[in-house]
Design a protein around this ligand. Structure first.
Ligand code: PLP
Length: 394
């Protein structure tokens, strides 16, 4: 039997997998499980995007494209970054990849040497630490506690910097917390990165999903210096309900983009051609569906938030973006006789038939993540089940 590479043996399996597999198993047994684990919008991709993809295929656009993406798509990305974020880029500063996830993967491969450190705030999206490790880097965690609204301060960032620090990763709005950094907070964090010449990687994938009048600011838009210091990562998955199309992009330093393009030329060749045509239609076409979906998420959030926080032992900061709730469930676990929140989440699935993701996978053991990217009807039913479960065990 071939021995697996150390690289993959050291990988931490996705924490969401165990619970998702268990939920599937229960469903297959005919149990009425409600899944609140989804990391994707429940709407279909808007029709005009699907039509544009079909049309491109019928017109014969079914071949390889340049590794960094179609010039027309790059042009639309440049237009988007200018219109939405006030950021001006040239085509050689843009790379399109197979989803923001793979763009981030390629970026870490392009910038990290063995032992280079990347500062990652907790709670973090599950893939960041593993991607950094796969590139030979070392994740350095900084705790964005609940008391500080899951955000880190400039002092914490400064303390985490060593002579090996290569990059700082920021994700606003955040998965899993839904928190947004303000312009002032970004300016302060950005200044620390400028002072120490640390690359900022800004994952802005949830940019369009923000609520209650909150404002998304791209850290790169704060000053020309910060723009030079930042790689902006974004994509069409969450804004346009296009998770399966696998189109993401990065914008920033031309040399880094060139290195990423070389890597892509030997790995993916190019992101799927048809999906790129879909993305052109998404970025250049009508934007009303984006707003319609955002409004639907906000309505669900407002209804479900009050019901969730009425459950004994559950407290939750109200998210300002994305489509997740990240409540503290430690007290609920204690009240119901579980040793920890992982066990509480396991029992929620087995006994209340509600699948939530334990916070341990995001570096925050006392929390659970609930996605509200499912129908209001299902959401209300799920929260009622959690409520009854907690009451029955107290
Ligand atoms: N970044 C964050 C914070 C995410 O939550 C996700 C998807 O879950 C991604 C990036 C990846 O998105 P994509 O579908 O473009 O790969």
């Amino acid at each position: 039997m071939t021995k697996l590479a150390n690289r993959v043996q050291a990988l931490t399996p996705s924490s969401t997998l165990a619970i998702t597999a268990k939920a599937k198993e229960l469903k297959a047994q005919g149990q009425d499980v409600i899944g609140l684990g989804a990391g994707e919008p429940d709407f279909n991709t808007p029709q005009h995007i699907i039509d544009a993809a079909f049309k491109s295929m019928n017109e014969g656009h079914t071949k390889y494209t340049p590794s960094a993406g179609l010039p027309k798509l790059k042009e639309e990305i440049i237009n988007k970054l200018s219109k939405d974020n006030g950021l001006l880029y040239q085509p050689n500063e843009i790379i399109v990849g197979s989803g923001a996830k793979h763009v981030l993967y390629t970026l870490f491969q392009a910038i990290l040497d063995e032992g280079d450190e990347v500062i990652i705030p907790i709670p973090y999206w599950v893939s960041y630490p593993e991607q950094v490790k796969l590139a030979g880097g070392t994740p350095v965690y900084v705790n964005g506690t609940e008391e500080q609204s899951f955000k880190i301060t400039k002092e914490q960032l400064k303390e985490a910097i060593t002579d090996k620090t290569k990059a700082f990763l920021i994700n606003s709005p955040s998965n899993p917390t839904g928190m947004l950094y303000t312009e002032e907070e970004l300016r302060e964090l950005g200044q620390v990165c400028l002072d120490h010449d640390i690359l900022i990687v800004s994952d802005e994938i949830y940019e369009k999903l923000i609520y209650d009048g909150a404002k998304h600011v791209s850290i790169a838009s704060i000053s020309e210096e910060l723009k030079q210091q930042t790689i902006v990562v974004n994509g069409v998955s969450k804004s346009y309900s296009m998770t399966g199309w696998r189109i993401g992009y990065a914008a920033g330093n031309a040399e880094i983009v060139k290195a990423m393009t070389n890597l892509a030329s030997h790995s993916t060749s190019n992101p799927t051609t048809t999906a790129q045509y879909g993305a052109i239609a998404a970025l250049s076409g009508p934007q009303d569906k984006v707003e319609e979906m955002r409004v639907a998420f906000e309505e669900r959030l407002n209804i479900i938030y009050d019901k969730l926080t009425a459950i004994p032992g559950i407290t939750c900061l109200k998210p300002q973006g994305a489509f997740y709730l990240f409540p503290n469930a430690k007290k609920a676990a204690d009240l119901t006789g579980f040793d920890n929140v992982d066990a509480f989440a396991g029992a929620l699935l087995e006994e209340a038939l509600v699948a939530v993701i334990p916070g341990s996978g995001f570096g925050a053991d006392d929390f659970i993540r609930l996605s509200y990217a499912t129908s209001l009807d299902q959401l209300e039913k799920a929260v009622e089940r959690i409520h009854s479960f907690v009451l029955s065990k107290m």
